[in-house]
Design a protein around this ligand. Structure first.
Ligand code: ATP
Ligand code: MG
Length: 496
Protein backbone atom coordinates (compact mmCIF):
# COMPACT_ATOMS: atom_id res chain seq x y z
CA UNK A 1 0.00 0.00 0.00
CA UNK A 2 1.42 3.46 -0.99
CA UNK A 3 1.18 6.12 1.78
CA UNK A 4 -1.10 8.94 0.77
CA UNK A 5 0.22 11.92 2.71
CA UNK A 6 3.54 13.17 4.13
CA UNK A 7 2.28 12.42 7.65
CA UNK A 8 1.64 8.84 6.72
CA UNK A 9 5.06 8.63 5.08
CA UNK A 10 6.79 9.91 8.21
CA UNK A 11 4.77 7.51 10.36
CA UNK A 12 5.89 4.60 8.14
CA UNK A 13 9.56 5.68 8.44
CA UNK A 14 9.22 6.06 12.20
CA UNK A 15 7.81 2.58 12.56
CA UNK A 16 10.61 1.13 10.35
CA UNK A 17 13.26 2.78 12.57
CA UNK A 18 11.43 1.59 15.68
CA UNK A 19 11.35 -1.98 14.37
CA UNK A 20 15.03 -1.74 13.45
CA UNK A 21 15.88 -0.51 16.95
CA UNK A 22 13.85 -3.30 18.46
CA UNK A 23 15.67 -5.94 16.42
CA UNK A 24 19.03 -4.34 17.31
CA UNK A 25 18.17 -4.41 21.04
CA UNK A 26 17.33 -8.12 20.85
CA UNK A 27 20.52 -8.89 18.94
CA UNK A 28 22.60 -6.99 21.49
CA UNK A 29 20.94 -8.76 24.35
CA UNK A 30 20.84 -12.36 23.17
CA UNK A 31 23.12 -12.94 20.22
CA UNK A 32 26.73 -14.08 20.48
CA UNK A 33 29.55 -11.59 19.87
CA UNK A 34 30.28 -12.83 16.35
CA UNK A 35 26.70 -12.25 15.18
CA UNK A 36 26.65 -8.83 16.81
CA UNK A 37 29.88 -7.78 15.05
CA UNK A 38 28.48 -8.96 11.73
CA UNK A 39 25.25 -7.06 12.21
CA UNK A 40 27.11 -3.95 13.34
CA UNK A 41 29.29 -3.98 10.23
CA UNK A 42 26.30 -4.00 7.93
CA UNK A 43 24.34 -1.40 9.90
CA UNK A 44 27.35 0.95 9.67
CA UNK A 45 27.39 0.45 5.91
CA UNK A 46 23.67 1.07 5.59
CA UNK A 47 23.87 4.10 7.87
CA UNK A 48 26.87 5.38 5.88
CA UNK A 49 24.78 5.29 2.76
CA UNK A 50 22.12 7.59 4.20
CA UNK A 51 24.17 9.49 6.79
CA UNK A 52 26.01 12.37 5.10
CA UNK A 53 28.46 13.17 7.90
CA UNK A 54 32.08 12.15 8.46
CA UNK A 55 33.54 11.67 11.93
CA UNK A 56 37.19 11.87 12.91
CA UNK A 57 38.33 10.77 16.37
CA UNK A 58 41.47 12.05 18.07
CA UNK A 59 42.42 9.90 21.03
CA UNK A 60 44.43 11.03 24.03
CA UNK A 61 46.68 8.00 23.98
CA UNK A 62 47.54 6.16 20.80
CA UNK A 63 49.40 2.90 21.18
CA UNK A 64 51.91 4.02 23.77
CA UNK A 65 49.87 4.42 26.95
CA UNK A 66 52.63 6.49 28.54
CA UNK A 67 52.85 9.20 25.94
CA UNK A 68 49.99 11.62 25.45
CA UNK A 69 49.16 12.23 21.80
CA UNK A 70 50.40 15.59 20.57
CA UNK A 71 47.40 15.92 18.27
CA UNK A 72 45.03 15.50 21.23
CA UNK A 73 46.91 18.13 23.24
CA UNK A 74 46.79 20.55 20.31
CA UNK A 75 43.05 20.01 19.75
CA UNK A 76 42.43 20.43 23.48
CA UNK A 77 44.27 23.76 23.46
CA UNK A 78 42.51 24.90 20.27
CA UNK A 79 39.11 24.06 21.70
CA UNK A 80 39.96 25.70 25.03
CA UNK A 81 39.70 29.07 23.32
CA UNK A 82 36.67 28.18 21.26
CA UNK A 83 34.76 26.36 23.99
CA UNK A 84 35.32 28.98 26.68
CA UNK A 85 32.93 31.17 24.66
CA UNK A 86 30.21 28.65 23.84
CA UNK A 87 30.41 25.45 25.97
CA UNK A 88 28.35 25.28 29.13
CA UNK A 89 30.52 22.87 31.12
CA UNK A 90 34.21 23.67 31.30
CA UNK A 91 37.25 22.32 33.11
CA UNK A 92 39.79 24.71 34.67
CA UNK A 93 43.50 24.02 35.12
CA UNK A 94 46.39 26.12 36.36
CA UNK A 95 48.19 27.83 33.48
CA UNK A 96 51.37 29.75 32.96
CA UNK A 97 53.18 31.04 36.07
CA UNK A 98 50.40 29.61 38.27
CA UNK A 99 48.60 32.92 37.89
CA UNK A 100 45.76 32.17 35.52
CA UNK A 101 43.29 29.37 34.95
CA UNK A 102 43.11 27.76 31.54
CA UNK A 103 39.65 26.58 30.54
CA UNK A 104 38.87 23.59 28.39
CA UNK A 105 35.78 21.64 27.38
CA UNK A 106 34.46 19.21 29.93
CA UNK A 107 33.54 15.65 29.00
CA UNK A 108 30.56 15.09 26.68
CA UNK A 109 30.44 18.79 25.79
CA UNK A 110 29.81 19.84 22.24
CA UNK A 111 30.95 22.99 20.46
CA UNK A 112 30.52 24.31 16.97
CA UNK A 113 33.34 25.81 14.94
CA UNK A 114 33.39 27.50 11.58
CA UNK A 115 36.19 27.48 9.02
CA UNK A 116 35.98 29.29 5.67
CA UNK A 117 32.19 29.19 5.94
CA UNK A 118 32.08 25.45 6.75
CA UNK A 119 30.43 24.39 9.98
CA UNK A 120 31.94 21.57 12.06
CA UNK A 121 31.13 20.05 15.44
CA UNK A 122 33.48 18.89 18.16
CA UNK A 123 32.47 16.58 20.98
CA UNK A 124 34.68 15.56 23.88
CA UNK A 125 34.02 12.07 25.12
CA UNK A 126 35.56 9.06 26.83
CA UNK A 127 35.33 5.30 26.88
CA UNK A 128 35.61 3.66 30.25
CA UNK A 129 37.25 0.31 29.86
CA UNK A 130 35.58 -2.53 31.74
CA UNK A 131 38.64 -4.79 31.69
CA UNK A 132 40.03 -5.24 35.13
CA UNK A 133 43.47 -6.57 34.56
CA UNK A 134 46.79 -5.69 36.08
CA UNK A 135 47.19 -1.97 35.65
CA UNK A 136 49.03 0.90 37.22
CA UNK A 137 46.06 3.10 36.55
CA UNK A 138 43.11 3.14 38.91
CA UNK A 139 40.62 3.56 36.06
CA UNK A 140 40.99 2.96 32.37
CA UNK A 141 39.45 6.06 30.86
CA UNK A 142 40.22 6.69 27.24
CA UNK A 143 39.39 10.24 26.34
CA UNK A 144 38.97 11.46 22.80
CA UNK A 145 37.65 14.33 20.72
CA UNK A 146 35.35 13.66 17.81
CA UNK A 147 35.06 15.99 14.87
CA UNK A 148 31.92 15.80 12.70
CA UNK A 149 31.45 17.52 9.33
CA UNK A 150 29.47 17.07 6.12
CA UNK A 151 31.08 14.75 3.60
CA UNK A 152 30.97 17.41 0.90
CA UNK A 153 33.70 19.29 2.85
CA UNK A 154 36.03 16.32 3.23
CA UNK A 155 38.84 17.97 1.27
CA UNK A 156 38.82 21.33 3.00
CA UNK A 157 38.62 19.73 6.46
CA UNK A 158 41.29 17.08 6.03
CA UNK A 159 43.66 19.26 4.05
CA UNK A 160 43.30 22.68 5.65
CA UNK A 161 41.11 22.77 8.74
CA UNK A 162 42.94 20.07 10.72
CA UNK A 163 46.27 21.71 9.91
CA UNK A 164 44.86 25.02 11.12
CA UNK A 165 43.62 23.42 14.37
CA UNK A 166 46.97 21.80 15.17
CA UNK A 167 48.96 24.95 14.34
CA UNK A 168 46.74 27.22 16.42
CA UNK A 169 46.56 24.66 19.22
CA UNK A 170 50.33 24.42 19.44
CA UNK A 171 50.66 28.20 19.60
CA UNK A 172 48.04 28.40 22.35
CA UNK A 173 49.87 25.69 24.28
CA UNK A 174 53.13 27.62 24.14
CA UNK A 175 51.34 30.73 25.37
CA UNK A 176 49.58 28.93 28.22
CA UNK A 177 52.09 26.34 29.30
CA UNK A 178 53.89 26.43 32.60
CA UNK A 179 57.56 26.37 31.85
CA UNK A 180 59.50 23.49 33.38
CA UNK A 181 62.86 22.90 34.95
CA UNK A 182 63.96 19.36 34.15
CA UNK A 183 66.68 17.43 35.89
CA UNK A 184 68.25 14.03 35.35
CA UNK A 185 69.60 13.97 38.89
CA UNK A 186 69.11 10.47 40.42
CA UNK A 187 67.60 11.99 43.57
CA UNK A 188 64.48 12.94 41.64
CA UNK A 189 63.63 9.69 39.86
CA UNK A 190 60.06 9.16 38.77
CA UNK A 191 58.18 6.05 39.84
CA UNK A 192 59.40 3.22 37.65
CA UNK A 193 56.27 2.99 35.45
CA UNK A 194 57.01 6.46 34.13
CA UNK A 195 59.79 5.62 31.73
CA UNK A 196 60.93 9.19 31.19
CA UNK A 197 64.53 10.01 32.04
CA UNK A 198 63.90 13.57 33.15
CA UNK A 199 61.88 14.72 36.11
CA UNK A 200 60.58 18.25 36.36
CA UNK A 201 59.20 21.02 38.50
CA UNK A 202 57.58 24.28 37.39
CA UNK A 203 60.22 26.82 36.41
CA UNK A 204 59.55 30.08 38.19
CA UNK A 205 62.90 31.87 38.43
CA UNK A 206 62.36 35.64 38.53
CA UNK A 207 65.69 36.63 36.88
CA UNK A 208 65.50 38.84 33.81
CA UNK A 209 68.11 40.66 31.75
CA UNK A 210 66.69 43.88 33.12
CA UNK A 211 67.67 42.96 36.68
CA UNK A 212 71.12 41.66 35.70
CA UNK A 213 74.19 43.67 36.58
CA UNK A 214 75.91 43.83 33.22
CA UNK A 215 77.19 46.56 30.92
CA UNK A 216 74.19 47.77 28.85
CA UNK A 217 75.90 47.19 25.49
CA UNK A 218 76.86 43.65 26.37
CA UNK A 219 73.37 42.98 27.67
CA UNK A 220 71.82 44.33 24.47
CA UNK A 221 74.14 42.25 22.31
CA UNK A 222 73.21 39.03 24.14
CA UNK A 223 69.49 39.79 24.00
CA UNK A 224 69.67 40.49 20.26
CA UNK A 225 71.64 37.31 19.67
CA UNK A 226 69.04 35.23 21.53
CA UNK A 227 66.03 36.84 19.89
CA UNK A 228 67.58 36.50 16.43
CA UNK A 229 68.21 32.81 17.10
CA UNK A 230 64.64 32.19 18.21
CA UNK A 231 63.30 33.72 14.99
CA UNK A 232 65.69 31.94 12.63
CA UNK A 233 63.90 28.69 11.84
CA UNK A 234 63.87 29.39 8.09
CA UNK A 235 67.44 30.66 8.07
CA UNK A 236 68.78 27.48 9.69
CA UNK A 237 66.71 25.36 7.32
CA UNK A 238 68.09 27.28 4.34
CA UNK A 239 71.73 26.92 5.32
CA UNK A 240 71.21 23.25 6.24
CA UNK A 241 72.21 23.55 9.89
CA UNK A 242 70.47 22.13 12.95
CA UNK A 243 68.51 24.89 14.69
CA UNK A 244 70.58 25.09 17.84
CA UNK A 245 73.13 27.43 19.37
CA UNK A 246 75.82 26.90 21.97
CA UNK A 247 76.71 29.42 24.67
CA UNK A 248 79.72 29.23 26.95
CA UNK A 249 79.36 31.35 30.08
CA UNK A 250 82.59 31.72 31.99
CA UNK A 251 83.85 33.77 34.89
CA UNK A 252 84.56 33.66 38.63
CA UNK A 253 81.97 32.30 41.08
CA UNK A 254 79.10 34.67 41.83
CA UNK A 255 79.25 36.67 38.62
CA UNK A 256 75.81 35.65 37.36
CA UNK A 257 76.28 32.63 35.09
CA UNK A 258 73.37 30.64 36.52
CA UNK A 259 71.32 33.82 36.81
CA UNK A 260 71.87 34.50 33.11
CA UNK A 261 70.56 31.06 32.16
CA UNK A 262 67.33 31.82 34.02
CA UNK A 263 67.14 35.22 32.32
CA UNK A 264 67.62 33.54 28.91
CA UNK A 265 64.80 31.07 29.64
CA UNK A 266 62.51 33.88 30.74
CA UNK A 267 63.33 36.00 27.71
CA UNK A 268 62.63 33.27 25.17
CA UNK A 269 59.96 31.39 27.12
CA UNK A 270 61.99 28.16 26.98
CA UNK A 271 62.11 25.15 29.29
CA UNK A 272 65.39 24.39 31.07
CA UNK A 273 67.03 20.95 31.11
CA UNK A 274 69.66 20.95 33.83
CA UNK A 275 71.93 18.09 32.81
CA UNK A 276 73.95 16.57 35.65
CA UNK A 277 76.70 14.87 33.65
CA UNK A 278 78.09 12.95 36.60
CA UNK A 279 74.74 11.17 36.94
CA UNK A 280 74.76 9.99 33.31
CA UNK A 281 75.90 6.38 33.07
CA UNK A 282 77.39 6.38 29.59
CA UNK A 283 77.20 7.89 26.11
CA UNK A 284 74.12 5.86 25.24
CA UNK A 285 72.24 7.29 28.20
CA UNK A 286 73.38 10.76 27.19
CA UNK A 287 71.85 10.25 23.73
CA UNK A 288 68.60 8.99 25.26
CA UNK A 289 68.43 12.04 27.46
CA UNK A 290 68.89 14.31 24.48
CA UNK A 291 66.21 12.57 22.47
CA UNK A 292 63.75 13.16 25.30
CA UNK A 293 64.30 16.91 25.36
CA UNK A 294 61.72 19.01 23.58
CA UNK A 295 62.24 22.01 21.35
CA UNK A 296 62.12 25.53 22.82
CA UNK A 297 64.50 24.53 25.54
CA UNK A 298 67.88 25.28 27.06
CA UNK A 299 70.10 22.32 27.86
CA UNK A 300 72.48 23.33 30.62
CA UNK A 301 75.69 21.70 31.83
CA UNK A 302 76.94 23.67 34.83
CA UNK A 303 80.59 23.66 35.87
CA UNK A 304 81.64 21.69 32.83
CA UNK A 305 85.27 21.85 34.04
CA UNK A 306 84.34 19.64 37.00
CA UNK A 307 82.89 16.90 34.83
CA UNK A 308 84.01 13.42 34.08
CA UNK A 309 86.86 12.83 31.63
CA UNK A 310 87.44 16.53 31.39
CA UNK A 311 88.32 16.45 35.09
CA UNK A 312 91.35 14.27 34.35
CA UNK A 313 92.56 16.72 31.78
CA UNK A 314 91.99 19.62 34.09
CA UNK A 315 93.82 17.95 36.96
CA UNK A 316 96.83 17.27 34.76
CA UNK A 317 96.94 20.89 33.72
CA UNK A 318 96.40 22.03 37.29
CA UNK A 319 99.65 20.38 38.34
CA UNK A 320 101.49 22.78 36.10
CA UNK A 321 99.88 25.84 37.60
CA UNK A 322 101.28 27.72 40.55
CA UNK A 323 100.70 26.41 44.08
CA UNK A 324 98.41 29.26 44.92
CA UNK A 325 96.31 28.74 41.84
CA UNK A 326 96.27 24.99 42.52
CA UNK A 327 95.03 25.50 46.05
CA UNK A 328 92.26 27.79 44.80
CA UNK A 329 91.33 25.27 42.14
CA UNK A 330 91.27 22.35 44.58
CA UNK A 331 88.98 24.27 46.90
CA UNK A 332 86.67 24.95 44.00
CA UNK A 333 86.74 21.30 42.91
CA UNK A 334 85.88 20.01 46.37
CA UNK A 335 83.03 22.52 46.55
CA UNK A 336 81.50 21.54 43.24
CA UNK A 337 82.53 17.94 42.58
CA UNK A 338 80.46 15.11 43.94
CA UNK A 339 82.15 13.37 46.82
CA UNK A 340 82.31 10.04 45.08
CA UNK A 341 83.51 9.88 41.53
CA UNK A 342 80.36 8.21 40.12
CA UNK A 343 80.57 5.35 37.69
CA UNK A 344 79.86 7.63 34.76
CA UNK A 345 81.51 6.58 31.54
CA UNK A 346 80.57 9.59 29.44
CA UNK A 347 83.56 10.54 27.31
CA UNK A 348 84.62 13.74 25.67
CA UNK A 349 83.75 12.35 22.27
CA UNK A 350 80.35 11.31 23.63
CA UNK A 351 79.78 14.84 24.79
CA UNK A 352 80.92 16.33 21.48
CA UNK A 353 78.55 14.01 19.68
CA UNK A 354 75.82 15.08 22.08
CA UNK A 355 76.38 18.68 21.14
CA UNK A 356 76.69 18.55 17.40
CA UNK A 357 76.42 15.00 16.20
CA UNK A 358 73.42 13.71 14.33
CA UNK A 359 71.55 13.17 17.58
CA UNK A 360 71.33 16.85 18.23
CA UNK A 361 69.46 17.37 14.98
CA UNK A 362 66.27 15.71 16.17
CA UNK A 363 63.95 18.67 16.70
CA UNK A 364 65.17 22.22 16.71
CA UNK A 365 65.14 25.44 18.65
CA UNK A 366 67.48 24.41 21.41
CA UNK A 367 70.22 26.27 23.21
CA UNK A 368 73.09 24.42 24.82
CA UNK A 369 74.78 26.31 27.63
CA UNK A 370 77.97 25.40 29.45
CA UNK A 371 79.18 27.28 32.50
CA UNK A 372 82.66 27.21 33.94
CA UNK A 373 84.89 29.12 36.32
CA UNK A 374 88.03 28.02 34.47
CA UNK A 375 87.61 28.41 30.73
CA UNK A 376 91.34 27.84 30.16
CA UNK A 377 91.05 24.32 31.57
CA UNK A 378 88.57 23.16 28.97
CA UNK A 379 89.49 21.09 25.96
CA UNK A 380 89.60 23.47 22.98
CA UNK A 381 87.59 20.97 20.92
CA UNK A 382 84.70 21.32 23.32
CA UNK A 383 84.40 25.06 23.08
CA UNK A 384 85.43 25.81 19.53
CA UNK A 385 83.13 28.14 17.57
CA UNK A 386 80.44 26.19 15.80
CA UNK A 387 80.07 24.05 18.87
CA UNK A 388 79.93 26.75 21.50
CA UNK A 389 79.02 29.57 19.15
CA UNK A 390 79.06 32.43 21.63
CA UNK A 391 81.51 32.84 24.48
CA UNK A 392 80.31 35.24 27.18
CA UNK A 393 82.60 36.36 29.95
CA UNK A 394 80.91 37.34 33.18
CA UNK A 395 83.29 39.21 35.37
CA UNK A 396 83.59 41.37 38.46
CA UNK A 397 81.03 44.07 39.07
CA UNK A 398 81.47 47.39 37.30
CA UNK A 399 80.02 50.68 38.50
CA UNK A 400 77.30 50.38 35.85
CA UNK A 401 76.49 46.91 37.15
CA UNK A 402 76.34 48.26 40.68
CA UNK A 403 73.82 50.90 39.57
CA UNK A 404 71.50 48.19 38.27
CA UNK A 405 71.75 46.32 41.57
CA UNK A 406 71.19 49.53 43.59
CA UNK A 407 68.03 50.13 41.56
CA UNK A 408 66.87 46.53 42.10
CA UNK A 409 67.67 46.22 45.77
CA UNK A 410 67.25 49.77 47.11
CA UNK A 411 65.24 51.47 44.39
CA UNK A 412 67.76 54.32 44.13
CA UNK A 413 69.28 55.67 40.94
CA UNK A 414 71.63 58.18 42.49
CA UNK A 415 73.04 58.95 45.95
CA UNK A 416 75.83 61.02 47.49
CA UNK A 417 77.71 57.82 48.37
CA UNK A 418 77.77 56.65 44.73
CA UNK A 419 80.94 58.66 44.00
CA UNK A 420 82.90 56.96 46.79
CA UNK A 421 81.65 53.57 45.60
CA UNK A 422 82.66 54.35 42.01
CA UNK A 423 86.20 55.28 43.06
CA UNK A 424 86.58 52.19 45.23
CA UNK A 425 85.22 49.91 42.51
CA UNK A 426 87.78 51.17 40.02
CA UNK A 427 90.59 49.42 41.90
CA UNK A 428 88.82 46.67 43.84
CA UNK A 429 87.47 43.42 42.47
CA UNK A 430 84.06 42.52 43.85
CA UNK A 431 81.56 40.05 42.41
CA UNK A 432 77.96 41.07 41.71
CA UNK A 433 76.94 38.39 44.25
CA UNK A 434 78.94 40.19 46.96
CA UNK A 435 77.55 43.59 45.94
CA UNK A 436 74.03 42.14 46.06
CA UNK A 437 74.62 40.64 49.48
CA UNK A 438 75.77 43.99 50.89
CA UNK A 439 72.86 45.86 49.37
CA UNK A 440 70.34 43.46 50.85
CA UNK A 441 68.65 45.03 53.91
CA UNK A 442 69.30 42.76 56.91
CA UNK A 443 66.69 44.23 59.24
CA UNK A 444 63.56 46.39 58.82
CA UNK A 445 65.50 49.41 60.12
CA UNK A 446 68.22 49.13 57.42
CA UNK A 447 67.90 52.12 55.10
CA UNK A 448 69.61 53.00 51.81
CA UNK A 449 72.50 54.75 53.55
CA UNK A 450 73.21 51.81 55.82
CA UNK A 451 73.27 49.34 52.92
CA UNK A 452 75.52 51.56 50.79
CA UNK A 453 77.86 52.09 53.77
CA UNK A 454 78.02 48.33 54.26
CA UNK A 455 79.10 48.00 50.61
CA UNK A 456 81.72 50.74 51.05
CA UNK A 457 83.06 48.88 54.08
CA UNK A 458 83.27 45.63 52.10
CA UNK A 459 85.05 47.43 49.24
CA UNK A 460 87.56 48.99 51.64
CA UNK A 461 88.26 45.65 53.26
CA UNK A 462 88.67 44.09 49.84
CA UNK A 463 91.09 46.83 48.84
CA UNK A 464 93.17 46.40 52.01
CA UNK A 465 93.25 42.64 51.52
CA UNK A 466 94.42 43.04 47.93
CA UNK A 467 97.13 45.52 48.97
CA UNK A 468 98.30 43.22 51.76
CA UNK A 469 98.49 40.29 49.34
CA UNK A 470 100.39 42.35 46.82
CA UNK A 471 102.91 43.50 49.42
CA UNK A 472 103.39 39.90 50.57
CA UNK A 473 103.92 38.76 47.00
CA UNK A 474 106.49 41.43 46.26
CA UNK A 475 108.32 40.61 49.52
CA UNK A 476 108.45 36.94 48.49
CA UNK A 477 109.60 37.91 45.04
CA UNK A 478 112.32 40.08 46.52
CA UNK A 479 113.56 37.36 48.84
CA UNK A 480 113.67 34.88 45.94
CA UNK A 481 115.74 37.33 43.94
CA UNK A 482 118.05 37.87 46.87
CA UNK A 483 118.52 34.13 47.32
CA UNK A 484 119.32 33.75 43.67
CA UNK A 485 122.04 36.46 43.81
CA UNK A 486 125.48 34.67 44.35
CA UNK A 487 126.90 37.68 46.30
CA UNK A 488 124.06 37.47 48.83
CA UNK A 489 124.49 33.68 49.09
CA UNK A 490 128.18 34.04 50.05
CA UNK A 491 127.35 36.70 52.67
CA UNK A 492 124.61 34.48 54.11
CA UNK A 493 126.98 31.50 54.36
CA UNK A 494 129.65 33.65 56.02
CA UNK A 495 127.13 34.84 58.61
CA UNK A 496 126.17 31.26 59.39
N1 ATP B 1 75.37 39.82 37.11
C1 ATP B 1 74.48 39.71 38.12
N2 ATP B 1 73.37 40.44 38.14
C2 ATP B 1 72.48 40.33 39.14
N3 ATP B 1 72.63 39.53 40.18
C3 ATP B 1 73.73 38.76 40.21
C4 ATP B 1 74.70 38.81 39.18
N4 ATP B 1 75.67 37.94 39.48
C5 ATP B 1 75.33 37.38 40.63
N5 ATP B 1 74.18 37.85 41.08
C6 ATP B 1 73.52 37.47 42.34
O1 ATP B 1 74.37 36.56 43.00
C7 ATP B 1 73.79 35.29 43.20
C8 ATP B 1 74.74 34.22 42.70
O2 ATP B 1 74.90 34.33 41.32
P1 ATP B 1 74.98 33.06 40.34
O3 ATP B 1 74.54 31.84 41.02
O4 ATP B 1 74.31 33.43 39.07
O5 ATP B 1 76.55 33.00 40.13
P2 ATP B 1 77.40 31.99 39.26
O6 ATP B 1 78.25 32.81 38.34
O7 ATP B 1 76.50 30.99 38.64
O8 ATP B 1 78.32 31.31 40.37
P3 ATP B 1 79.02 29.86 40.36
O9 ATP B 1 80.18 29.94 39.41
O10 ATP B 1 79.48 29.68 41.76
O11 ATP B 1 77.99 28.89 39.95
C9 ATP B 1 72.51 35.30 42.41
O12 ATP B 1 71.47 34.76 43.16
C10 ATP B 1 72.22 36.74 42.11
O13 ATP B 1 71.33 37.26 43.07
MG1 MG C 1 76.25 28.91 38.93
Amino acid sequence: MVPATVTEMLAAMGSTIASFMFVWAIIRQYCPYEVRRHFEKYTHRIMGFFYPYIKISIHEFTGDRLKRSEAYAAVEAYLSVNSSKSAKRLKAEMGKDSSNLVLSMDEYERVTDEFRGVKVWWVSSKVVSTTRGMSYYPEQEKRYYRLTFHKRYREIITESYLQHVVKEGKEIRVRNRQRKLYTNSPGYKWPSYKQTMWSHIVFEHPATFETMALEPEKKQEIIEDLVTFSKSRDFYARIGKAWKRGYLLYGPPGTGKSTMIAAMANLLNYDVYDLELTAVKDNTELRKLLIETTSKSIIVIEDIDCSLDLTGQRKKKAEKSSDDEKEKLDKEISRKEPKEEGSSKVTLSGLLNFIDGLWSACGGERLIVFTTNYVEKLDPALIRRGRMDKHIELSYCTFQGFKVLAKNYLNVETHTLFETIQKLMEDTKITPADVAENLMPKSPSDNVEKCLSSLIQALKEGKEEAERKQAEESREEQSKENDADPKNRVEKQELL
